[in-house]
Design a protein around this ligand. Sequence first.
Ligand code: C5P
Length: 403
Amino acid sequence: MLTGKKILLIISGGIAAYKSLELIRALKKENAHVKCILTHGGSQFITPLSVAALTQEQVYTDLWSLKDETDMGHIRLSREADLIVIAPASANLMAQMAHGLAEDLASTTLLASNRPIMACPAMNPMMWAHQATQDNIETLKSRDLQIIMPDDGDMACGETGTGRMSEPENILKSIIEHFKENKPLAGQKAIVTSGPTYEAIDPVRFIGNRSSGKQGHAIADALAQAGASVTLITGPVAIADPEGVETIHVESAQEMLEACENKLKQNIDMAICAAAVADWRPKALKEHKLKKQDNQDTLTISFTKTPDILQTISNHGERPTLVVGFAAETQDLLAHAKAKREKKGCDWIVANNVGDKAVFGQNENHVHLITAENTQEWAQTTKREIARDLVGRIVEYFETIKK
Ligand code: C5P
């Protein structure tokens, strides 16, 4: 499955462009997001309309289109993809890439890109065999560009030889392989806490909070997508366990702490504490259901502190390399969140304002990321998107400390 993977497909000029329509369908079936650039040459073989219909996205054709360029379209296109696939890759486009030319939207995007690129050449056998093309291929390979070699066989031009674009199913396989091999957090272990905790008052009642678990679950999911082995430790929620994530269900703060400490024995690389853990629990658990007395107008329950899981993990003998906490505040958000980072001893705090009920249970969130170095405000977006961005930052962090 390529769920959530963003693929930029560049279709350049060649009769094999028709096979790219099949490739788009196959990618969509695997749940990938596909955006396309269709070059002038490509549009001689297939139309922007058929590409748009299959991708259900705008098709990009023109470097100078004002609408796309107001937000620096080629830069954005080149950066937001997880993988750029060029299919078919014409001899001309590969020559432009080898020599750093930026003459149209496709070549400019490729020159501006820092993303992995896979090229699927398709051309006449003589063009393929030409020393110029072979030299260009060698240059591109030396820059870590992945080439899906063309097949042998009869060509549309009537000649026979090497130059047919690899079949879409084969290209799809290579794309899936690429994501398997290149998961940025492969080999890393993560724990994520999520949801509320319920603190029992008596056998039927508890004190809890409105956390839905959406943010924490989305983070566990995004970490797993990035290749990490993830253990999600969640309080009671009404949402499904994320796929490919070991999920441990707990109720109280004490149970959540025990589950976390158990996992810490396994050399955990990162802990993301997104759970809304209760700060207090009733001092004594009543053995039987509290009965309402006839003459009773009020009820007093004494509370005692729950363990602070984030603080315990941050100061643990087996502390993960990166510990991230959350701060939900209703006032003085940044000041409180910064103080919390220091007090608890975690590395980062994701701070959000929960004062206006716009967060709990909702799909969107508006957060600040507070690190030792700085505070960044992130634009309001979905909790899933925030999870992906946070995982992006985590990947960068681990890459930096590896160097
Ligand atoms: O102190 P406060 O509850 O505002 O801190 C929020 C952060 O601390 C969150 O990351 C939450 O998961 C974590 N926390 C915890 N254990 C507690 C209370 C909060 O891990 N008992």
